[in-house]
Ligand binder design. Structure first.
Ligand code: MGP
Length: 240
């Protein structure tokens, strides 16, 4: 699944720009950028740049994309498959452009993006004391805003938009479900209410299209784990 960008001109990217700015730049550029897949870093990198001038822009953290396929013959954990870990802005885009958008996934499937080394479950040592901000999305939004929201959440992660609270951000999950699709940001420590609220507010601001009457709720993983239907009738610890 390795792939490389072929026509980004890194010389025009300012070295001191933040990841978020780089991502915005690249969003514009990607519409005109050709991607070659399957070749790794050294295949058709660019026809115009000398190899030494090709500089990828590192992300602050390495992020692993996981895919959950709802296969009833396997356990929940076995259905979680790591796809690839990305460490640069360019590789993130290369990945994003090679996979299906979330809205095209089959019902029952998930994508998760987590910091490298964190399994996307409640039991991982770095998740076990945490919780998640959840956005519930009616299925009628699947064709419209779901993909936009998910991409915005991915930017939130890899662009470290939580700023000083970014240490709390472990990952995010999009669940495609029959009753209600869900997007959630998973945080490391459910006892740190200040950073949880700060992250929730930033998240809500980022999702500009979010209907103002829509609330987002924060659930503690241990509470969800203790319930047989985690997201059903759950009382949020926080709400925004
Ligand atoms: P889900 O996939 O997160 O939500 O959890 P869904 O399908 O909308 O269902 P609902 O229960 O929220 O209405 C579905 C089921 O998957 C859970 O009830 C658990 O059995 C299992 N599951 C989900 N998660 C996130 C975990 C996890 O982190 N660890 C384990 N062991 N099981 C999980």
């Amino acid at each position: 699944m390795s792939s490389s960008l072929t026509s980004i001109n890194p010389g025009t990217l300012r070295a001191k720009k933040s990841s978020a700015d780089l991502i915005n730049d690249l969003t514009t550029r990607m519409s005109q950028t050709k991607i070659v897949s399957g070749g790794g870093d050294d295949v058709e990198r660019t026809h115009t740049e000398a190899p030494g001038r090709y500089i990828k822009h590192p992300l602050q953290n390495a992020w692993t994309l996981w895919f959950f396929k709802n296969d009833k013959s396997r356990s929940w954990e076995e259905n979680q498959r790591p796809i690839i870990t990305v460490t640069t802005v360019e590789d993130f885009w290369s990945l994003y452009n090679h996979i299906e958008v979330a809205s095209k996934l089959p019902t029952g499937a998930d994508y998760s993006l987590f910091k490298e080394g964190i399994f996307p479950d409640w039991e991982d040592p770095r998740n076990q004391d945490g919780g998640r901000w959840i956005i519930n999305l009616d299925r009628k939004h699947r064709e419209g805003i779901l993909d936009t929201y998910w991409l915005e959440v991915l930017f939130f992660l890899i662009g470290e938009h939580a700023d000083q609270h970014a240490f709390q951000v472990n990952g995010a999950v999009v669940n495609m479900r029959m009753k209600m699709d869900k997007i959630a940001i998973w945080l490391a420590d459910a006892s740190q209410s200040e950073s949880i609220m700060a992250i929730g507010k930033t998240l809500k601001e980022k999702l500009v299209n979010l209907d103002l009457t829509t609330t987002i709720g924060f659930n503690v993983h241990q509470d969800e784990k203790a319930m047989s239907r985690p997201n059903f009738g759950n009382k949020h610890k926080f709400q925004l």
